[in-house]
Design a protein around this ligand. Structure first.
Ligand code: SF4
Length: 329
């Protein structure tokens, strides 16, 4: 029995999901931009949104980061940071040609999927990459071995798959998918391709699965689940879907507390609150304050996992930080 099930349903309350918010990869990416700004000074160019969160991007912009879509927008010789979602090898190549100082803030768990793609492509496998078409992470991973990788965009994409040799095919995935939907996609793929191999370890990352797991725990008790996150944040959007699938009567994604509509709370007794992996906790605290003002001051935190993973900063940045510290004596 979970904590949520043992709590008597008296009065209005909030069930606050834990884990929620920042994951190790996002924390590292944001710190990379902050440290680069301190070390090299503004402006620092960042290719794509460093993480998919409006507030984080605006905050870093205010500190001197300039977000661009492509390397061509970065002046020759300037510093560019690649986002947590990863990039295709050609992006490093372009940066080299423009003499950019490139710092790679790709999450190490995305880099792991890139390594898998390279390894299976080198062994001449067909690789079925389960993910969302057009997502930056998928573009980056597919760019590792475009001739070997085909995208499978959810269970409905399975019928379109064609492979050269049904005995030499493996599936990999985007890190921020719905765990359950991916299992369904894989099950359908295996019906068509019984010898389909699985990745050596889970590609959906610990942060994505932990945030979905706790939402599943609280959702059946919730009249409404509010997920703090941006619309282009895959893992945040998935949390709303998971909450609804798990029994929440309603689910909404908001970037900021002021976006919560009073009508969503009408008649509600229990409100679930969580946040995507790119969301700083101050935004969740603002949501809790907003709910408290509307009678939902009783907050119970439901914890289903203890996250302690951290990643060190990118090597190239650490090297320059060390050199700067040595020069200062
Ligand atoms: S959501 Fe997962 S893969 Fe993405 S940055 Fe966070 S830890 Fe890395």
């Amino acid at each position: 029995m979970t904590d949520a099930e043992t709590t008597p349903r008296t009065g209005k309350r909030v069930l606050l999901a834990n884990p929620r918010g920042y994951c190790a990869g996002v924390d590292r990416a944001v710190q990379t931009v902050e440290e680069a700004l301190k070390l090299y000074g503004a402006p620092i160019y960042v290719r794509k949104q460093i993480v998919h969160n409006k507030h984080v991007v605006r905050t870093l912009e205010a500190q001197g980061a300039i977000f661009v879509e492509e390397n061509e927008e970065v002046p020759e010789g300037a510093t560019v940071i690649f986002s947590a979602h990863g990039v295709a090898p050609e992006v490093y190549e372009q940066a080299k040609q423009r003499s950019l100082r490139a710092i790679d803030a790709t999450c190490p768990l995305v880099t792991k999927v890139h390594h898998e793609a390279r390894r299976f492509a080198a062994q001449d496998y067909d690789i079925l990459l389960i993910g969302h078409e057009g997502h930056e992470e998928v573009i980056g991973t597919a760019g590792e071995a475009p001739a070997h990788i085909q995208l499978v965009d959810g269970p409905d994409g399975v019928d379109k798959v064609t492979v050269r040799d049904p005995e030499k095919v493996v599936w990999l995935s985007q890190t921020t998918l719905s765990v359950d939907e991916t299992l369904e996609t894989v099950a359908r793929l295996k019906k068509r391709l019984p010898l389909l191999q699985s990745p050596p370890s889970d590609d959906i990352c610990y942060a994505t699965s932990n945030r979905q797991h706790v939402v599943k725990e609280i959702a059946p008790e919730c009249d409404v689940v509010i997920v703090v996150g941006s619309r282009n944040s895959s893992n945040s959007v998935r949390l709303v879907e998971v909450a609804l699938d798990a029994g929440a009567r309603a689910g909404h994604l908001v970037d900021f507390a002021h976006e919560i509509e009073d009508a969503w709370l009408t008649g509600a007794r229990t409100v679930g609150v969580t946040s995507g992996a790119s969301v700083p906790d101050e935004l969740v605290q603002q949501v809790l304050a907003h709910l408290a003002e509307r009678g939902f001051g009783d907050v119970e935190e439901i914890t289903t996992a203890d996250e302690r993973l951290t990643f060190s900063l990118p090597q190239e940045l650490k090297r320059d930080m060390k050199a700067a510290a040595a020069a200062r004596g």
